[in-house]
Design a protein around this ligand. Structure first.
Ligand SMILES: Nc1nc2c(ncn2[C@@H]2O[C@H](COP(=O)(O)OP(=O)(O)OP(=O)(O)O)[C@@H](O)[C@H]2O)c(=O)[nH]1
Ligand SMILES: [Mg+2]
Length: 290
């Protein structure tokens, strides 16, 4: 059995840094893992480990922009369409890595997760090739500084989950930037950086949004026109508590261990397979997606 972890999340959430940390951790525990770069715009020296499979060997954003005159976002769409049309290339690259664990570092364009069909199609193809998949979605801890920004992050995580429909883990990255030990250290706007408050973000408490207006700070006071919308979002999150976050502090070795064991558990890594015919996995399991 082969396994693939999609490392997803908005721009700058720490996906590449996390992918590297996972590689280091797996290698230290004598497990083989391969890095896959799925970002056609990644700079070559951004990787501590050189990727075993690199989309840039197939197509690079730079070439698409220079030769076809696309901008960066249209260029990304072109690259993914090209990848999907050339999945035999990916399959060939994958062929060399039986019984392995792939860490797939994805690009940071949020639309890739929320509504484009590329990643779901890519995942289905991997599943057909017998690769067991899961996704981690990283949101950086700075999102907890503003509850409105935070809930927009929660909603983006939700729509990405709905779009991809694979086993899923949300991660609050860069927790080393949050102290969480004192009552309200100087950096903690709105007093969020206390342990109790952090817990309300990791298990999102919709009541954070329901507090009265005027508590957002002077620069951006709550607009009463959005009160009803906030109420509706509170209700949505309350009725569908799909999103909670595992904290990730890369300065703490235990933290990455906990996150990794959650990933292993989610993908049922190493567990004997169910006696299922391969063709059962083909159409039936994905029929609801169409
Ligand atoms: N303090 C802190 N900084 C981090 C951590 N992880 C990443 N960073 C920093 O955040 C920035 C972005 O990190 P990347 O790993 O490149 O993020 P990414 O999600 O791969 O970014 P894109 O691929 O551009 O979307 C870099 O400056 C990192 O050094 C972390 O755990 N703690
Ligand atoms: Mg990256």
């Amino acid at each position: 059995m082969r396994y693939a972890v999609f490392v997803t999340g908005p721009a700058g959430a720490g996906k590449s840094t996390f992918s590297t940390a996972v590689m280091t951790h797996l290698q230290a525990s004598k497990r083989t893992a391969h890095l896959v770069n799925l970002d056609p715009a990644a700079s070559p020296d951004s990787f501590e480990y050189s990727p075993s499979i690199d989309i840039k060997d197939l197509i690079s954003l730079e070439d698409v922009m220079n030769e076809l005159g696309y901008g960066p976002n249209g260029g990304l769409v072109y690259c993914f369409e090209y990848l999907l049309q050339n999945m035999d290339w990916f399959e060939e690259e994958l062929g060399e890595y039986e019984d392995d664990y792939l860490i797939i570092d994805c690009p940071g364009q949020i639309e890739l997760y929320t509504h484009h069909p590329f990643l779901p199609t890519f995942v289905k193809t991997l599943n057909r090739l017998g690769v067991r998949t899961c996704a981690v979605y990283l949101l950086e801890s700075q999102f907890m500084e503003d509850k409105y920004k935070f809930f927009s992050g929660v909603l983006s995580a939700m729509s990405a989950m709905v779009n991809l429909e694979i086993p899923w883990i949300n991660i609050m990255s860069k927790m080393d930037l949050v102290s969480g030990t004192s009552e309200d250290p100087a950096g903690g706007r709105n007093g969020i950086r206390t342990r109790r408050n952090i817990a309300r973000y990791l298990e999102p408490d919709p009541l954070l949004l329901a507090t009265p207006h005027g508590q957002r700070g002077e620069a951006n006071p709550g607009n009463p026109r959005f009160h009803a919308l906030n109420q509706a979002i509170v209700q949505l999150i309350e009725d569908h508590p799909l999103v909670s976050f595992l904290p990730l502090d890369l300065t703490n070795p235990d933290s990455i261990e906990i996150v990794l064991s959650n990933i292993d558990y989610t993908m049922q890594y190493g567990e004997s397979e169910e006696p299922k015919e391969p063709h059962d996995l083909d159409e039936g399991d994905f029929a609801d997606l169409e």
